[in-house]
Ligand binder design. Structure first.
Ligand code: SAM
Length: 272
């Protein structure tokens, strides 16, 4: 399913190296989906989206991705290579799909923390993990842009489908690098830029027609799922995100395209 693509030469998407999608631009505004909003407002709008979808989040994830999000997450879990005794942060961890697996791998000497900005999503995460018998994961309400952890705390940080919702992505990446131990790794799993024109076309139809319809039928919330589609289009493409991670001081950044680039995993290391 995955193809290794560390030298991805992309750069022609709506959210490319010109800076669109990176975060706040000049003039005190940023994007919320396709809408320009004052910088201070984006976080509130994102919070409203996830508070609204929290209860149906897991069901909708399975429906929208036809269950494929599980394979994408499995790929990240394997690539993260978490070992017994390690300290792991699952950032924007939501309902805890990754944290649950990392908890098993880190073992009794390890520590897995789930952080998310949204209280409702954290609440769903707690319920979901407890249902599966996982009760030793600390839940921390935190903004990715200013993580409340000491420098050099974690061996591994993951952020799955979270970064595109963050207002200042550069600040968030710098914050993640700060709390990584030297030698530690950051893995970003996020929607990205499909690699062929045909796939792009099909995906556009799916995102802008089917997704809001499913949102309306299942969660009675077409707007949140329209935001989801728009936020994906506004997210930096593979090459741009790789550059952003390097600018944040992460090294040896590799890009793995999954499902034709609909989703990509970026892995980088803090070296010093
Ligand atoms: N990681 C989970 C997964 O893959 O299923 C949840 C992903 S969900 C699409 C995005 C999550 O990012 C939400 O739980 C949301 O509350 C969180 N989030 C959005 N902005 C954030 C921020 N600035 N800092 C931390 N978490 C944030």
């Amino acid at each position: 399913m995955a193809q290794h693509d560390s030298d991805n030469p992309r750069g022609n998407s709506r959210a490319n190296a010109s800076g669109a999608g990176r975060g706040p631009g000049s003039g005190g505004t940023t994007h919320f989906g396709f809408e320009q909003v004052p910088v201070g407002e984006k976080q509130k709008r994102v919070r409203e989206v996830f508070s609204s979808v929290a209860q149906k989040y897991d069901v909708m994830n399975d429906l929208m991705s036809f269950g494929i999000h599980r394979l994408w997450k499995r790929f990240v879990i394997d690539l993260a290579g978490v070992r017994a005794g390690e300290k792991v942060l699952d950032l924007a961890g939501g309902t805890g799909d990754l944290a649950r697996e990392f908890r098993k791998l880190a073992g009794p000497r390890g520590l897995v923390t789930l952080a998310d900005i949204n209280a409702e999503m954290l609440g769903q995460g707690r319920i979901s993990l407890a249902d599966k018998g996982v009760v030793d994961v600390p839940f921390v309400q935190a903004n990715a842009e200013c993580l409340p952890f000491e420098d050099g705390t974690f061996d591994c940080i993951t952020i799955a489908f979270g970064l595109r919702n963050v207002t200042d992505k550069d600040k968030a990446l710098a914050s993640m690098r700060r709390v990584l131990k030297p030698g530690g790794r950051l893995l970003v799993l996020e929607f990205s830029k499909p690699q062929t024109a045909l796939l792009n076309k099909v995906y556009d139809q799916y995102s802008f027609k089917l997704l809001p319809l499913m949102g309306k039928l299942v969660a009675n919330d077409a707007d949140s799922y329209r935001y989801l589609a728009e936020s994906i289009r506004m997210h930096p493409d593979q090459a741009t995100l790789k550059g952003m991670m390097e600018d944040a001081g992460l090294a040896r950044v590799q890009v793995y395209n999954l499902t034709g680039g609909i989703v990509a995993v970026h892995r980088g290391y803090r070296l010093d």
